[in-house]
Structure formats: structure tokens, C-alpha cells
Design a protein around this ligand. Structure first.
Ligand code: SAM
Length: 258
């Protein structure tokens, strides 16, 4: 199963570089073998290999396949930059589970400071992890891994979501579970009949904001609420930041009917 071939036309696809290498050298594919390829955005097909070289494989489309492995809602995970390799875990596991977008950000208590020189390389590595996890999970889409945002910029993203939740371990009222059904009902209610027809594929965009190891300050939670986010609990136990992201994501997908 391969995502993002170089070229994807009506009749054929081209698989290049690392993917071609993997197909030829690791999987020992031969002419005539069939594999499934996806462009990582909107097309997927069963193809038969016509010619293969170590870094270029040409294949003919045997059959277009439906893109139906994606969740019914788009979950955007905003993760305050965690220490060590935890962001990799969030991206790998979050992709397998079904997240649509990863937005790293810095908040008051974020310890990790991204070095501008190394930032590009890190994002590239994270995108590669997302692609490999999407391939292994047979996702139709590779989730986007975005450049880290400031706290202020993240709150602007929240404004563009259909619902946004800030996970706050001191929240003792609302739970994420309670929130999801009402957010989905409100999303459906906002779609007019024409929208419903035109945008039948429009999925609700749900933002989940998870704090750093030291948590969010009260001031940050208030600012998020002022930007339209709802403060939610994930339960009585305090979860590690990377666990919180996975629990929140799974809860949203489960409650939305995945
Ligand atoms: N000290 C641990 C660590 O090193 O990861 C746990 C830190 S917890 C404060 C990190 C983040 O996870 C919080 O900012 C919050 O977003 C989320 N979180 C953890 N447990 C939670 C809970 N029970 N309810 C809501 N959010 C939670």
C-alpha cells in the first residue's frame, strides 16, 4: 500500500524515489504484481506494475477504489510541543487512529524551544512519520503536520473550527465526551439544505488542544474560552500530554460514530 505516487493520471501512476526503492528492494515487487496506491488526497487505485527500476516504478490502473477509510469528522490535534520524542509518538499513533491535522504550538509552560535552523528538518521528519503511519494504517489521506504556531496564532485556528476544546485537567464541569454530540448536532444544524447538498462531503472540523507537561495556566484557559474554545476534562486521572492527545482523539472518533 503506497501513498503519494509522483504522478497519478486516468490510466497510470508513477512511483519514485524512496517509495520505488521500498517496492523494488524491500518488497521485491516484480512486473505484473498488483499494489494499491493513493495520492494521499482524493484518489486511490489498484495498479499493475508495468516496468520497474530501483528508483522509478510505472504501473497501470486496474481499478479505481473508493476512498472510505477516513473518519466521519476531521480532528485537528493541537499539541503543545512536548519534550523528547513525544511529538513523534503523537503523530504516529494519532495518524493510525485517524487525526486529520497536527498543529504543534508553544504555550506559557512549553519547555521545548524549536531552533529555527533545525525546524525545517524536524517538520520533514514528522511528515515522513505521518506518511508511513498513514500507509501502514491504510489511510486514504496523509494528515498534515504544520509549522509550530504561537499561542496567539493557535487561537486564530480555533476560530475557524466547527468546535474547539482545550483539555484542562482542572476542569471539573464539562467532559469531552459530553461535548461531542452537541457539537455535531450544532454542526449539522448550521448546514442549510443547499449546503447539505453542495457540501455532502464536508466533515465537521474539531480542534483538540492539549497542553505541555506543566499544563495550561488559568489565564491561557480563559483566553482560549474567549476565542470560543470549551474547557473540557478527559476524566479524573491526570494523563501524560501524549496520552491525553490520544485519549481525546479516540473519544471524539468513537462518539462521532467511528
Ligand atoms: N506531568 C504529566 C506529563 O509530563 O505529561 C501530565 C501533564 S498534563 C498537565 C498535560 C496536558 O494533558 C494538560 O495540559 C491537558 O491538556 C492534558 N490532560 C492530562 N490529563 C487531563 C485530564 N484528566 N483532563 C483534561 N486534560 C488533561
Amino acid at each position: 500500500y503506497f501513498i503519494a505516487p509522483e504522478q497519478f493520471t486516468e490510466a497510470a501512476v508513477t512511483i519514485a524515489d524512496d517509495d520505488a526503492h521500498h517496492l523494488v528492494r524491500v518488497m521485491r515487487a516484480k512486473e505484473g504484481d498488483q499494489v494499491i496506491v493513493s495520492d494521499g488526497i482524493s484518489r486511490e487505485a489498484l495498479v499493475r506494475i508495468r516496468t520497474l527500476d530501483k528508483d522509478l516504478v510505472m504501473a497501470d490502473i486496474v481499478e479505481s477504489l473508493p476512498m472510505n477509510n477516513e473518519p466521519k469528522v476531521e480532528v485537528w490535534i493541537a499539541q503543545s510541543l512536548p519534550k523528547g520524542d513525544k511529538m513523534e509518538i503523537v503523530i504516529q499513533k494519532g495518524t493510525e487512529i485517524g487525526a486529520d491535522r497536527f498543529i504543534p504550538f508553544a504555550s506559557e509552560r512549553t519547555v521545548v524551544q524549536l531552533d529555527a535552523k533545525k525546524e525545517g528538518k524536524k517538520i520533514e521528519r514528522w511528515q515522513k512519520i505521518a506518511k508511513e503511519a498513514a500507509e501502514q494504517a491504510h489511510r486514504n489521506r496523509v494528515p498534515a503536520v504544520e509549522m509550530p504556531l504561537s499561542w496567539k496564532a493557535l487561537l486564530q485556528v480555533a476560530v475557524g473550527a466547527d468546535a474547539a476544546w482545550i483539555c484542562y485537567e482542572k476542569e471539573n464541569g464539562l467532559t469531552l465526551k459530553q461535548e461531542i454530540q452537541s457539537a455535531l448536532a450544532s454542526f449539522r444544524g448550521k448546514l442549510t439544505a443547499a449546503d447539505a447538498e453542495l457540501q455532502s462531503n464536508r466533515r465537521a472540523k474539531l480542534l483538540l488542544i492539549v497542553g505541555p507537561e506543566g499544563g495550561f495556566s488559568e489565564r491561557e484557559v480563559e483566553a482560549a474560552e474567549a476565542a470560543g474554545c470549551r474547557s473540557v476534562s478527559l476524566g479524573k486521572r491526570i494523563l501524560r500530554t501524549e496520552t491525553a492527545a490520544m485519549v481525546g482523539l479516540t473519544c471524539i472518533l468513537y462518539e462521532s460514530g467511528e
